[in-house]
Ligand binder design. Sequence first.
Ligand code: SF4
Length: 272
Amino acid sequence: MEHTIISLGAGTQSTDLLLRGLRGEFGEVPSHAIFADTGNEPKGVYNYLEWLRKFVDKEYHFTIDVVSAGNMYQDALAYLEGTRKRYAGIPYYTLNPKTGKKGILRRQCTGEYKIRPVRRHIRKLLPKVKKISLWLGISYDEMQRMKQANVQWITHRFPLIEKRIKRIDCIDNFKEYGLPVPIRSSCVVCPYHSDKYWLWIYENEKESFEAAVQLDEKIRNYLGIRDMCFIHSSCRSLKEIIIDIKKGKELASKQLNMFPELIEECSGNCGI
Ligand code: SF4
């Protein structure tokens, strides 16, 4: 028998997927939903998750499991301070100060903090089950993010795409049911953020923004990397770039266009 599990990011699409799934809109009803907590989501995501857990418990007698492989932000700081030996890397942008050449580090954080804890938990929950259908909340308008699992016992399924449901449809669905619309889920320090997102964090979650600035200042001389590292794609400090973003200069997006080869998509497990 194949079990159906939702990988929940607690953002707009995966939450809509969960609620539609529990209403039976996709035929099968998921047996579990698992949220992998990196410890670095915006406060708004944690508040929403708290509400959602109570809501699905009350309405559907359904439990959302929260799993974690540690606090990604604290681990990043500990590695920089030398108190932690191994660290699954965040894809920081790099700049060679002599040549001006830019690059990006390999992304290991998704696997370490999101994919692996979910898989470990599934194994714990269903040790004898040989096939799992893992639903991911990727909407029709973001279908380029679809990716199959790299293990045979998991098959990724994308019910929102199958039903051609776009992000805007997810938002409308919350409104139709009179439910609060979730904010975007993603690590605060994720280098893939757009300027729009940085401005949102700056204006809505000052503490989270300050924490990102602190990490950004510490990664210029990153252990084992000769180039300077940055969280923002422009390879300028977050503290500095936010001033330009606030002024609406959109400097960063212009610079990004000059280096399209550096832009990478968050995998399907992040930001949904
Ligand atoms: S949201 Fe960004 S920083 Fe967080 S796990 Fe995904 S890629 Fe890494």
